[in-house]
Design a protein around this ligand. Structure first.
Ligand code: NAP
Ligand code: ZN
Length: 336
């Protein structure tokens, strides 16, 4: 089966039409007709070969919503015509200790949807059935793609850290990931504070779920929030004043990092004297993704999206690279 995609042939290169052959369908995988695909900051980092793992021609796209076209012979739980989502991971071994304990997103043999595979800036994509997540009825499909990478990445820490509805949580960076974090945490019942370099985002951040908004241009703002948060969730891809954020944590509070900043340096004293900790996580398991989708349907959580046709993919990438979209750019393949 031939796939019509958009690919770059060099780092930071423009995306242009690219056709490839999918080959025989493995017994445990499915072929999906792509309807919508979100653009994550990680697509841009991969396009630029920022993490030194990109293979060219490179087809980005790992926030996919589509329809199952064909299932492998051993796939039991998905059927043709089913509406599904695919995120960062397209494969895990299903037999290592991590997979067997439900932590498929930590599998040593995992393969990313856009790492050595071709992603969802295309009319079709292939994914292991285990990582192909059914979308419940009632979910707005146009806006659902971003949930499968950005969304799960900020939902998973709530589960991993057992965040109580009584908790006070800060979200740093109100972009693709951050705006979904506000909505999840509000629905979870937490007191939510948005930290942003963009004061013009305040009204929307409050509508999305923030009870409080802090402009990080105000250098004294963090000092006033000492000992305030159970968790600070960092979604920014640059280094922050880490110690200033650590001081905003309560005793046993956690600075949880999901943004891919180059490194983190912190005062051991500030961590130790209040038993605070720093942690980080990649996306989430298929089980947590499935639970997240039930939560999304129950609370009618919808990412805010701007849509572009696939043929305008370079404009869409530029919007993310040079401007601050509100809040996720989604490619519409014109299939619905
Ligand atoms: P995004 O839409 O570009 O949003 C990032 C936000 O960070 C911006 O909207 C901005 O928010 C803030 N920001 C940007 N530059 C900044 C700067 N110089 N200083 C402070 N804040 C700045 O990106 P995204 O798609 O949400 O992705 C965010 C990060 O998460 C990326 O590094 C991405 O690769 C990573 N990621 C990780 C995982 C994982 O599994 N851990 C999964 C997906 C993505 P304000 O305007 O509010 O300041
Ligand atoms: Zn992503």
């Amino acid at each position: 089966m031939k796939v019509q995609a958009y690919a770059a042939t060099s780092p930071k290169g423009a995306l242009s039409p690219f056709e490839y052959e999918l080959g025989p369908l493995p017994v445990d995988e499915v072929d999906i007709e792509v309807h919508y695909c979100g653009i994550c900051h990680s697509d841009m980092s991969m396009l630029d070969n920022e993490w030194r793992i990109t293979q060219y021609p490179f087809v980005p796209g790992h926030e996919i919503v589509g329809k199952v076209l064909k299932v492998g012979s051993q796939v039991k739980h998905l059927k043709e015509g089913q509406i599904v989502g695919v995120g960062w991971s397209a494969y895990s071994c299903l037999s290592c200790e991590e997979c067997m304990s439900g932590n498929h997103n930590l599998c040593n043999h995992a393969k990313g949807t856009i790492v050595g595979r071709h992603g969802g800036f295309a009319d079709k994509v292939r994914c292991q059935a285990a990582w192909t997540i059914p979308i419940p009825d009632g979910v707005n499909l146009l806006a659902a793609g971003p949930l499968f990478c950005g969304g799960i990445t900020v939902f998973n820490p709530i589960i991993q850290h057992n965040i109580s509805p009584l908790a006070s949580v800060g979200v740093v960076g109100i972009g693709g990931l951050g705006h979904m974090a506000l909505a999840f945490l509000k629905a979870w019942g937490c007191e939510v504070t948005a930290f942003s370099t963009s004061p013009e985002k305040e009204a929307e951040a409050r509508e999305l779920g923030a009870h409080h908004f802090v402009s990080t241009h105000d250098k004294d703002a963090l000092k006033k929030l000492r000992g305030r948060f159970d968790m600070v969730l960092d979604t920014v891809n640059v280094e922050l004043d880490w110690n200033a954020y650590i001081k905003t944590l309560k005793s046993k509070g956690k600075l949880h990092i999901v943004g891919v900043a180059p490194s983190v340096t912190a005062s051991i004293g500030q961590l130790m004297n209040k038993q605070r900790s720093i942690s980080a996580s990649p996306t989430g398991s298929p089980h947590v993704m499935t639970e997240m989708m039930k939560f999304v349907a129950r609370h009618d959580i919808q990412p805010m999206v701007e849509t572009y046709a696939l043929s305008k993919v370079n404009e869409a990438m530029d919007r993310l690279r040079h401007e601050k979209p509100r809040y996720r750019v989604v490619l519409d393949m014109g299939k619905r």
